[in-house]
Structure formats: C-alpha cells, structure tokens
Ligand binder design. Structure first.
Ligand code: HEM
Length: 519
C-alpha cells in the first residue's frame, strides 16, 4: 500500500506538471488557435494509453485517424507529437513548407549509440546539407544507370544461391543487398556473408538497432548519468553496449574507407560513391569533407540493407499468397523476354506489370511504416490549427497505404491498381514509402532499380509456392510481421523451384553469363 504522504506528493506533482504544461502551451501559442484534435491526455504519461496497439503505433495512429482526422496532436510522456495520416497533408507540410518541417528531433542516446553522424537523424543544417550533397551526386536519378551493371550482376549471382539452396531465402536477399551496396559505395564485392567488410557493417547496424530502442531512449533521457558510469559498474549494461557500439561506429567509418584509399594508392581508381564524391567536391582537400564522405558512405549501407532486404521478403510473401499475380508477371516476362535469356534493364519499359507489382509491394506492406520522425524549426498554423515549434512530426505512411478511397480493399495485393485498362502504368509511382520533402530517401532511385532487377530476375528464373506437408498438402501461410522502426515478414514456409530449362548450374551459367562459384 502507498502511504498517504506519498499519494499527496504524486497528486501534487501531477497537478503542477499539468499546470506547467498548460502554461507552456498557452505562452508558446500567441495565436491561441487550437492544437489539432487528438486523444485524451493524462498527466505525466500523456496519451500513451490511447495507443491500442503499442507494438505497431502506425496501426494505432490509423485508428486515431477515424476519430480525430488526418492530422492528430498528442503527448507521449514528455514528447509532443503531431501525426500526419494523409498524402495531402504530407505534401502541404513536408513539400510545401519544407523549411519548417525538415528538422529531426535530437536525443542524448544518439551519441551513445554512434548515430550522431547518421544523416537521417542529423538536424537540418550545414552538416546535413554537405552529407546530402555527397549522397545526391552519385544517387540522383540520372546517375543510376551507372550502377545497372553491378545491380544486374548481383541479381544474377543471387539466382545461383537460390538454385544451390532454395530454403534460405532471407540469406540470399540479404547477400544481394550487401553485394550491390558495398560494390556501389566502396567498389568492394563481398564473396559471402563472412566478408570482413560486411561484418564491420553488420556489427555497427546490430549495435545501433539494439541500442536505439524506445525503452533505452526513455531511460537515457530520464537518467543520462547511466552513460557516465564506468563499464564495469554493476547494472551498467547500457553503458557497455554503448562502448561497443561507439567502437563499431569508428570501424564502420574508417575500415572500408581505408580500403578504397589503399586501392587508390596502388594506382587503381575505384568507381564508387567515395571516389565520385572526392572528384565532384573539388578534389576534397579538407578534413571536414573527408569526414563527411566517410560518414555518408558508412550510412549508405545502413540505409539500404534493412529496407531493401525487407522489401524483397514482402515481395516473396506476396507471391506465395497470390499465385495468380505471380503467374501474370511470369507470363509478361516470358512474352517479352522469352526463355532463352534473362531480363535486363533495357526490358523495363516493355514490362509494365512488373513495375506495377513493385509499386504494389511498396504499398501493400511498407517496410518503414512511420519513416523517421521529423520536427518543426518554428511554430506554424495549418488549416486553422496551431503546430508548436520543436514538436515531433510523424509521417504515418501506413495510414496512407490504407486509404480506402485511393486503394479499395487495401489489404489485398493488386498490382492492377497501378495500371490503366489498356495495361499501361498510371502516374502514381508509389513513392511515399520513401518519405517526403527535403529529407526524402536519397537512395530511392537506387533502391527502385535494385528492387526491380532482383524481383524480375527472380520471377524469370524461379517460382515460389506454398510448402507441402508430408501428405503433399499445401501448408497455409498466415502473414506475420516483425515490429520496430523497419518491419518485415517473419519467416514463412515456402517452396522455391526453378522454371528455366534444364534447371542446372550449367544452364544458369549460360543464361547469366556468370560462372557458378564452388561452395
Ligand atoms: C526499399 C528501400 C528503401 C526504403 C523503403 C527507404 C525509405 C526511406 C525513408 C522512409 C526514409 C526517411 C525519410 C524521412 O526522414 O522523412 C529514408 C531516408 C534515407 N534513406 Fe532510404 N529507403 C530505401 C533504400 C535506401 C537506399 C538503397 C539508400 C542508400 C543509398 C538509402 C539511404 C537513405 C538515406 C541516406 C536517408 C536519409 C535522408 C535524409 O535524412 O536526408 N535508402 N529512406
């Protein structure tokens, strides 16, 4: 039981905090216009209890939408948030008022988990601008054809892995992503998953994903002294994880960068993001630019790895659940490309169904359901509502994909949504899964090409079906998804079978023009 003095203390504190919060809202809002509507807020915890699905906040925010509308205000503990649930409002705020809505909220935990140099979390300012430029030069739309040969080669190598071992599909998709991004950023082609550079990258990514959890973030915001404890101190688990992650953060910037420099000192000029940035940024002769190049390059892998592999897993799940879609896609490939060769990028304009299938993959289960939070640099007034300065702004991509007016029966997988009656593609490129405005994904064109060639190559060479049980009956697949900042389907049973003539490594060598690696 709580004694009455403690209860009095708690009640008084709650009233004082509620009063201070009310005063702050009043003085911060000289227009005295209302905040956007939102769920009821309790002292201290705010609207936490209004999140009916706390593991999938995007679903809760979508439920709020039916009650409060497309723009919702709430307080979560001490954080004020605005949730944007519609494309129209996202366009108005992030594209139309980008000087106000392009900042990112800052947390003490970023530095502790080597994320203070991650472009996607950097405040809107000069350091972000320089990194963005380093990304933009090699990854703007016009530059993407430069990477087509690498992407094609990685996709075709992936087909050999499926032939050798059709069960470990996650590993093959991951390897495809590692191989293409490491070749593009560092001119380094990993042989297998044990590749030393891929391991440096993955160690860093694991440290960040393990460290930047909402739980750890709340603890560190409330008790930052935990990071000052020596690592050996009992209970200093967060500190120990932080020390490991900071070391992994140093390695991820230095080790692959030095590899490129070594190649350069041997007289070989690698064709990659690093050398591209060095050439285009006036010979890069200052240490600040060198640091920015290292930082940007190290984050390219983090940006690409999880999102791309997850998208490929969503694609595979969609194919298992929708055999008629798979059959239509393969019929298109067979009609345009034939069976004697594999598709390449030149075939893309003649394969509209494949593009529609990719767009529907991005829509059906967006792998970054609420993207990364933004924050406001000044207060704003939108549609008669007051939007405070420094408020966290969440883009609910999931809600946009569930807009029944635009996407009837949104849970169904229907590539036809993106096709006119005559079979040509609509203008809707389904880009909102890549974010909005100035912080929109800088790798989106690279990702689009990479996803397209991998799924098209896969469907040309393989089919995926439901797995069979010992009686030869199909095992039904109930889709389940992980939770977190990015999500992907949990492992599901399936059967991947070759569909090219003579289904052998030699036949695949002929089709791909590559030599099978001996395992
Ligand atoms: C299917 C694959 C991908 C998806 C769905 C995706 C999605 C996103 C999203 C939603 C954002 C956040 C935008 C925001 O803050 O509002 C983002 C940012 C970013 N992405 Fe991607 N991404 C993908 C692939 C890639 C690739 C291949 C790269 C590597 C070049 C990359 C690099 C980045 C970077 C550097 C940012 C931060 C941009 C900034 O803050 O200025 N992404 N991405």
């Amino acid at each position: 039981m709580l004694d009455s003095g403690f209860v009095f203390y708690l009640t008084t504190s709650a009233f004082v905090l509620a009063g201070l919060s009310w005063c702050r809202t009043y003085w911060d809002n000289p227009s005295h216009l209302p905040l956007p509507p939102g769920p009821p807020s309790l002292p201290i915890v705010g609207s936490i209890f209004s999140l009916d699905d706390r593991l999938r906040p995007w679903v809760s925010f979508n439920n709020w939408r039916s009650k409060y509308g497309d723009i919702v205000y709430a307080r979560m503990l001490n954080k004020r948030i605005v949730v944007v649930n519609s494309e129209e409002i996202a366009r108005d705020l992030f594209d139309g008022r980008s000087t106000i809505y392009s900042d990112k909220p800052q947390f003490t935990i970023y530095e502790a988990f080597a994320s203070d140099f991650n472009i996607s979390l950097l405040p809107y300012g000069d350091r972000w601008r320089l990194q963005r430029r380093i990304f933009h030069l090699p990854f703007r739309q016009a530059a993407i054809p430069n990477y087509h040969p690498v992407q094609l080669r990685s996709a075709r190598k992936m087909l050999f892995s499926f032939l050798q071992d059709p069960t470990n599909y996650t590993d093959h998709f991951q390897m495809f992503t590692f191989a293409s991004i490491l070749s593009i950023v560092y001119d380094h082609e990993p042989k297998d998953r044990d590749d030393p550079i891929a391991r440096v990258m993955q160690r860093y990514l694991d440290g960040v994903v393990g460290g930047l959890t909402p739980g750890a973030s709340v603890i560190i915001e409330a008790f930052p002294f935990l990071l000052w404890l020596p690592s050996w101190f009992p209970g200093a688990a967060i500190k120990r994880a932080s020390v490991k992650c900071i070391q992994a953060g140093r390695d991820v910037r230095e080790i692959p960068f030095q590899l490129v420099k070594e190649k350069m000192s041997d007289g070989h000029v690698p064709q990659c993001m690093i050398t591209d940035a060095m050439n285009k940024l006036n010979g890069y002769n200052d240490s600040a630019t060198e640091t920015a190049i290292k930082e940007a390059a190290s984050i390219a892998y983090a940006g690409a790895a999880e999102t791309s592999t997850s998208t490929l897993l969503v694609f595979l799940l969609a194919m298992v659940l929708n055999p008629e879609v798979q059959a239509k896609a393969q019929a298109e490939i067979d009609r345009v490309v034939g069976k004697d060769r594999l598709p390449d990028f030149n075939d893309r304009p003649a394969l509209p169904y494949m593009d529609a299938l990719l767009r529907e993959t991005f829509r059906w289960q967006p792998v970054f359901p609420i993207g990364l939070p933004h924050s406001t640099t000044t207060s704003d007034i939108y549609k008669g509502y007051f939007i405070p300065k420094d408020v966290v702004v969440i883009i609910n991509t999931w809600a946009m994909t569930r807009n029944e007016k635009k996407f009837p029966s949104p849970d169904e997988f229907k590539p036809e949504r993106f096709l006119h009656e005559d079979g040509s593609l609509t203008d809707d490129k389904m880009r909102f899964g890549f974010g909005w405005g100035r912080r929109m994904c800088v790798g989106q064109h690279l990702a689009d090409a990479s996803m397209w060639i991998s799924i098209t190559s896969f469907l040309a060479a393989f089919s995926v079906h439901k797995a069979l049980d010992e009686h030869g009956k199909e095992i039904s697949v109930v889709p389940k998804f992980t939770t977190g900042i990015t999500i992907h389907p949990e492992t599901f049973p399936c059967r991947i079978v070759p569909r090219f003539n003579n289904a052998s490594a030699e036949a695949l060598e002929q089709l791909t023009g590559l030599v099978a690696e001996k395992s």
